[in-house]
Ligand binder design. Structure first.
Ligand code: ASP
Length: 602
């Protein structure tokens, strides 16, 4: 029977009991982890979010009465109990894996606050339970100590973020969830309006427009831990709603944003993980990141950089290389140090791997420890050409050289991905190492084959580098933006830009993006209007909080740092959302479900 809390007060959490408390009385409350009944003594591991405390029940004058002893014998996993007793040094063996492993509490009295059905899985660290079961019973899964640590770490990150930015003079300002649908790259989640038939709100993909308006309104330093929504295509480990640490600053340029943010990161990593982040954080341009690492979010924990060998092979006899170059492409390679003895089967796997990235193949040179060379294309090359290529790759005995030849972008993608795959296989990725890098000077525009026009790489309000302004007319693809990403161990954890605050440049930008004046006004009119009344130069940045916490918690899935995550198809297995709604609700919203949709649902 469930008893009440009347007259009871918890004195502390389980793992907050210390040796100094030996001899004193404490009242602990929590969940039964485990019961061990060894005849005259019953041991119960009591769990709360701080950890575990061992309770000892004995039926004698120092312990509980017979009725309570009987009751203790009936305790099962996940019962919620309150126990009052005396803290003692542990009689039996000390458990070194617990903070309270040298202590126990001799129970004098206790209450069962609630009982529990047999749970569908045991609540314990690193349980091997299937994801579907874990997420269906998320409230139990959230009791697991490892998940609780993640959620507590997340709370600490949010708290320290607010603390840091408040000290720096930032104001926390909320922006609407029900906003205007403005395509910002991804698809919007829409909310139908009951009062305005046929009209919809859009849930924010980010507070971008609002935070720029706040700068127009003079708040000069804004921060928000903001929920964002993007209805993107299904992909593992992507959440339809996610959280940003979002900020905007007035009267600043790139260096100012970078400065405050690297001090923030150093503060956060020191406070949470006791990790020193050396400042300033290294900066590389987008072009350099692509050339050296084949990626705009390079993992800097290891080398294995790309080598451009186009010039070396341009006149060689290997048609795959020369063909790619004649078509305007590029030939580049990476040197997997010490992998020259890789078995053929494993190399074939790498070939398969790069095919997944659109490569037609992968050329290789394997240099044996004794200097013998095996290569997929040696027969097309002269000895001189081969040795020139090997020396350009800084190839030494025991190395494996891998080459991609194709359009430049594809070569970057393929070798960038291959570099990471090899690093993983070679054990070069240390989760305890945190390497940050700023990637700057992103291209402003990106050509979309699909839409046959330029699209904004960051967003349409991103300022271009002053020295590239003339290129906007002559060679728009070459224009660099005042945009920056902060990358941690190969993950983009944040990004932002200086914004355009000059209307002539903004107009030109819209024109390049293929917006007519009317379209631009239809979508962003309020922002453009606001800019007519005195707009300060401004810039900002947003972090993906979920990913940042995931890296700090050293876990592999973003779901392990979100209390109630959704699965790949954007549904929640616990609440079973999204779900159908009543006819009446639809009617009020002036909506009708199409017949073919109904059929598809069935
Ligand atoms: N709103 C941008 C984003 O969500 C970040 C920024 O430019 O501040 O990526």
């Amino acid at each position: 029977m469930a008893e009440s809390m009347r007259g009871l007060h918890r004195t502390c959490r389980c793992a907050e009991v210390t040796e100094q408390m030996i001899g004193s009385t404490a009242t602990l409350m929590g969940w039964v982890q485990k019961v061990r009944n060894i005849g005259g003594v019953i041991f119960v591991d009591l769990r709360d979010r701080s950890g575990i405390m061992q309770l000892l029940f004995e039926n004698d004058e120092r312990g509980v009465n017979s009725a309570d002893f009987e009751k203790a014998a009936g305790l099962r996993s996940e019962f919620v109990i309150a126990a009052t007793g005396v803290v003692e040094a542990r009689g039996g063996e000390v458990n070194k894996s617990l903070a309270t492993g040298a202590l126990e509490m001799r129970v004098k009295s206790f209450r069962i606050l609630s009982e529990s059905d047999v749970p569908p899985f045991e609540v314990k660290e690193d349980s091997k339970t299937r994801d579907e079961v874990r997420l269906k019973y998320r409230y139990l899964d959230l009791r697991r100590p490892d998940i609780q640590r993640n959620i507590m770490l997340r709370s600490k990150v949010a708290m320290l973020t607010r603390q840091f930015f408040a000290k720096e003079g930032f104001l926390e300002i909320e922006t609407p969830m029900l906003g205007k649908s403005t395509p910002e790259g991804a698809r919007d989640y829409l909310v139908p309006s009951r009062i305005h038939p046929g009209c919809f709100y859009g849930l924010p993909q980010s507070p971008q427009l609002y935070k720029q308006l706040l700068m127009c309104s003079g708040y000069d330093r804004y921060i928000q831990i903001a929920r964002c929504f993007r209805d993107e295509d299904l992909r593992a480990d992507r959440q339809p709603e996610f959280t940003q640490i979002d900020m905007e600053l007035s009267f600043v340029d790139v260096d100012d944003v970078i400065d405050v943010n690297e001090r923030f990161l150093a503060f956060l990593f020191k406070e949470v993980l006791d990790v020193d982040v050396p400042l300033p954080i290294q900066r590389i341009t987008w072009q350099e990141a692509m050339d050296r690492f084949g990626s705009d979010k390079p993992d800097m924990r290891f080398g294995m950089e790309l080598h451009d060998v186009s010039d070396i092979v341009k006149n060689c006899g290997f048609g795959v290389f020369t063909g790619a170059l004649e078509a305007g492409g590029s030939v580049r390679g990476i040197n997997a140090k010490g992998q020259g003895g890789m078995p053929r089967k494993k190399i074939d796997k790498l070939v398969e791997f790069v095919r997944g990235y659109g490569a037609k193949g992968l050329a290789y040179i394997a240099i044996g420890e004794d200097g013998t060379v095996k290569s997929s294309f040696a027969k097309f090359m002269t000895d001189e050409e081969m040795s020139a290529l090997i020396s350009a790759m800084e190839g030494e005995n025991g190395d494996l050289l891998l080459f991609a030849a194709d359009k430049k972008k594809l070569v970057y993608d393929v070798l960038g991905a291959l570099r990471l795959e090899l690093a993983e296989q070679m054990g070069l990725l240390d989760k305890n190492e945190y390497r940050f890098v700023w990637v700057t000077e992103f291209p402003l525009l990106e050509w979309s084959e699909e839409e046959n026009r330029f699209t904004a790489m960051h967003h349409p309000f991103t300022m271009l580098m002053e020295e590239d302004i003339d290129l906007l007319d002559t060679d728009p693809g070459k224009v660099r933006a005042k945009a920056y990403d902060i990358v941690l161990n190969g993950n983009e954890i944040g990004g932002g830009s200086v914004r355009i605050h000059q209307d002539d440049i903004q107009e030109k930008m819209f024109e390049k993006l293929g917006f007519t004046k009317e379209q631009a006004h239809e979508q962003f009119g309020f922002l453009l209007d606001a800019f007519r009344y005195g707009v300060p130069p401004h810039a900002g940045l947003a972090y993906g909080l979920d990913r940042l916490v995931m890296l700090m918690a050293k876990v592999d899935s973003i779901r392990d740092v979100i209390a109630f995550p959704k699965v790949k198809d954007a549904s929640c297995l616990m609440t079973k959302s999204p779900s159908e709604v009543d006819e009446k609700q639809l009617e009020e919203l002036h909506l009708e479900i199409r017949k073919d949709t109904e059929a598809a649902q069935e």
